[in-house]
Design a protein around this ligand. Structure first.
Ligand SMILES: O=C(O)c1ccccc1N[C@@H]1O[C@H](COP(=O)(O)O)[C@@H](O)[C@H]1O
Length: 201
């Protein structure tokens, strides 16, 4: 069954409702550019409030390695998601401490996907060039190159996630924009419908 990540949690109660709806992972964005920026303290409290079930993923973009590790520790996340043009050494360093979701854009696939094939602790995720922008990828065009075991993000929501899964059979799906009432605030019905649609696809 496809695993489901609900990203951009900024409120403890949104973590609880996502976990109750069946989310396998919750995303906490620590990239300062994001409209869904959350503090490590709130992320930590949210993690404590959902019990041992869902993974807690810290999301970073173009941030220094020591900042990533310090923030992840303070927030007590269980995995780290890495966006941006960082080196493989940077990703490998983080994977010594946390399972990593390494996010690539379709344009990066040819150069970078093979680097991470069968590397323990690193899982690929395909996302649109503008993370958190709500723009879907061209699933049909990606089909031939989509790496086995990779996750999919980019403009996914209740209305299109089943179709995306049918095209690419990702190991997991991830969404933000289409699950929100406003930036950083979840729309409970959308979260529930997204998880239901992904799990039954
Ligand atoms: O959502 C953000 O603000 C964000 C900022 C910086 C890095 C990642 C961010 N979000 C990631 O965007 C994708 C999906 O977004 P959407 O569903 O297309 O809106 C997902 O990987 C989030 O973790």
């Amino acid at each position: 069954m496809t695993r489901v990540k609900v990203c951009g949690i900024t409120i403890v109660n949104d973590a609880v409702l996502s976990a109750e709806a069946g989310a396998d992972a919750l995303g906490f964005i620590f990239a300062p550019v994001s409209r869904r920026l959350v503090s490590p303290a709130v992320a930590r409290q949210a993690g404590l409030s959902v019990g041992p079930g869902p993974a807690r993923v810290g999301v970073f973009m173009n941030q220094a390695l020591d900042e990533v590790l310090r923030t992840a520790e303070a927030a007590r996340v269980s995995a780290v998601q890495v966006h941006g043009p960082v080196s493989s050494l940077y990703v490998q360093a983080i994977s010594g401490y946390y399972p990593v979701l390494r996010v690539l854009r379709p344009a990066d696939l040819a150069a970078e996907a093979d680097v991470w094939t069968d590397v323990p602790g690193v899982t690929l995720m395909l996302d649109a060039p503008e993370p958190g922008g709500g723009i879907p990828l061209d699933w049909a065009a990606l089909k031939a190159a989509f790496p086995r075991g990779a996750w999919l993000a980019g403009g996914l929501g209740p209305a299109n996630v089943a179709e995306a899964i049918r095209h690419l059979r990702p190991a997991g799906v991830d969404a933000v924009s289409r699950l929100e009432a406003q930036a950083g605030v979840k729309e409970p019905a959308a979260v529930q419908a997204f998880i239901r649609a992904a799990k039954t696809a």
